[in-house]
Write a protein that binds this ligand. Structure first.
Ligand SMILES: [Zn+2]
Length: 167
């Protein structure tokens, strides 16, 4: 119990709200905040515009390690987000349209990392992996997955087997 309390204190301790150089499209400043699930940016005008964006894991890590540059009390974060956006835009362009339904792809993040998902989700559940070159670290889009091999998810298999038995 005590350990947990200490842990919570620790989590709340490393910073308060901070101003950043990131702005919303309307020009409202975005504040760096820390919530229960980590750091995020929130518009200073949140009550009106409702803009709140999660931070990518790489930036969260920088926040934790105190690696973000601060100038006159303002956290310099925009260029990092711009860089990430540029890479993501490039990947989306590279992926082209969904080979199953012709919609555009968008970047999604999972616990295992980022991937491209069809923007027509949940109608279309097509996804494409993002590959990382081990030497250069450059990201690229994996080619469309091959036709599904019979060995897929065990759950699906079990379901199918159960269905068969019912008959
Ligand atoms: Zn699709």
């Amino acid at each position: 119990m005590i350990a947990l309390k200490e842990k919570l204190l620790e989590m709340n301790e490393y910073f308060e709200e901070k101003d950043t150089d990131m702005k919303t499209e309307d020009g409202s400043m975005m504040t760096l905040k820390k919530g229960r699930y980590g750091e995020y940016l929130e518009s200073e005008n949140f009550a009106v515009d409702g803009i709140r964006i999660p931070l990518p894991a790489s930036i969260k890590k920088m926040v934790k390690e105190g690696q973000l540059e601060e100038k006159d009390g303002v956290i310099i974060i925009k260029y990092l987000l711009d860089e990430i956006k540029a890479v993501e835009d490039k990947l989306i362009a590279e992926a082209g349209v969904c080979e199953k339904c012709g919609s555009k792809f968008e970047i999604k993040a999972s616990r295992r990392g980022k991937f491209l998902a069809c923007s027509n989700y949940p109608t279309c559940k097509n996804t494409r992996k993002i590959l990382k070159d081990k030497e250069t670290g450059e990201l690229s889009v994996a080619p469309p997955a091959k036709k599904k091999a019979p060995a897929k998810k065990t759950a699906t298999k079990k379901k199918a087997a159960a269905k068969k038995e019912e008959k």
